[in-house]
Design a protein around this ligand. Structure first.
Ligand SMILES: NC(=O)c1ccc[n+]([C@@H]2O[C@H](COP(=O)([O-])OP(=O)(O)OC[C@H]3O[C@@H](n4cnc5c(N)ncnc54)[C@H](OP(=O)(O)O)[C@@H]3O)[C@@H](O)[C@H]2O)c1
Length: 288
């Protein structure tokens, strides 16, 4: 890991990570982090005056790695906070031209994605992703609550037969541009009307505000590229996780589609932390 110091360990280097003295294992570490998210912070996790986390003295090495990766992402209930994520190839593609994205990344990426879902109130996807993948968007690989699923489908083009709208695995919100008369496909599916901008798109700031007003303040934007790009361009992402796989597709759907830059100096060069995720590299970009 390199990058900003948001975590400090309350111990001399190396102390407390041997098997004999280990107290907190990986599973306990994860449950402690879920505690923060659920508003029940474990007293063993403290914060310094500058907001950096102070870790417990005794834990396994695996627990320490988990804390390093996820503790800076744990927000107490009610915190307005948005994280985007994309898994991409070395040449910046998130899917083939035919829309196949399973799987560009190593299996470790799945567990990571499920951990991100467990840390938020809502997970957003664009209609392109819903149509191509019909993802469940639930937390299955690790303990944690399912987030509310939010699908951007302004013209109600997506079929009600999608699992997202019919499996009842978690509440689902369909974001549309006008109210409609049609019965929702299931009691678990609600519509959220966001008036379009002049360009016809859903204004991202208004969407984030409307979700916050419904108690969905911590949000994961899970894809695809167009949707994440719109959040990034609107300045609405606090963090962006890019998982880069050592693979070259040579063509396919791009991770980012944004307004052209006039000069290189205008490029985004955020602070970041970097982790190994199987054979892939996770960039934790800090945009706030
Ligand atoms: N590798 C990964 O991490 C990853 C993650 C997710 C998805 N994927 C892949 O990515 C592909 C889909 O990505 P994509 O970039 O083509 O599409 P996408 O981002 O999933 O969806 C784009 C669509 O969402 C709607 N949308 C998004 N932002 C909007 C806004 N502000 N206002 C109104 N509508 C908005 C629009 O639909 P309408 O035009 O219909 O209104 C837009 O065309 C799939 O092949 C999927 O498998 C990969």
């Amino acid at each position: 890991m390199i990058g900003g110091e948001t975590i400090r360990i309350n111990q001399s280097k190396g102390k407390g990570v041997t098997a004999e003295s280990a107290e907190i294992d990986q599973e306990t570490a994860w449950r402690m982090m879920l505690g923060i998210v659920n508003g029940q912070r474990d007293t063993r996790l403290k914060r310094f005056a500058d907001d950096a986390w102070q870790l417990p003295e005794q834990m396994t090495e695996q627990a320490m790695h988990l804390f390093e990766r996820y503790l800076p992402l744990c927000q107490p209930p009610g915190t307005p906070w948005v994280i985007g994520q994309l898994g991409q190839s070395l040449d910046g593609r998130i899917a083939t031209d035919s829309g196949e994205s399973r799987y560009i990344n190593d299996p470790e990426g799945i567990e990571h994605l499920h951990r991100l879902r467990a840390l938020v109130d809502a997970v957003i996807i664009g209609s392109g992703t819903a149509a191509a993948d019909d993802p469940q968007l639930t937390v299955r690989a690790v303990p944690g609550d399912n987030p509310v699923r939010v699908v951007l489908d302004r013209e109600r083009k997506l079929p009600n037969s999608l699992g997202l709208f019919s499996d009842d695995a978690a509440p689902t919100v369909r974001v549309v541009r006008t109210s409609g008369l049609a019965e929702p496909p299931s009691e678990q599916v609600k519509e959220l009307v966001i008036a379009p901008s002049e360009a016809g798109a859903c204004p991202i700031r208004a969407l984030v505000g409307a979700l916050q007003a419904r108690g969905l303040s911590r949000v994961l934007v899970e894809g695809g590229g167009l949707t994440v790009s719109r959040f990034l361009e609107a300045g609405q992402l606090n963090r962006l996780h890019l998982i880069v796989a050592p693979v070259i597709l040579g063509s396919g759907l791009p991770a980012f589609t944004m307004s052209p830059l006039d000069q290189l100096d205008d490029a985004l060069r955020p602070d970041f932390r970097r982790f190994e995720l199987g054979r892939d590299t996770l960039f934790d970009l800090i945009l706030e």
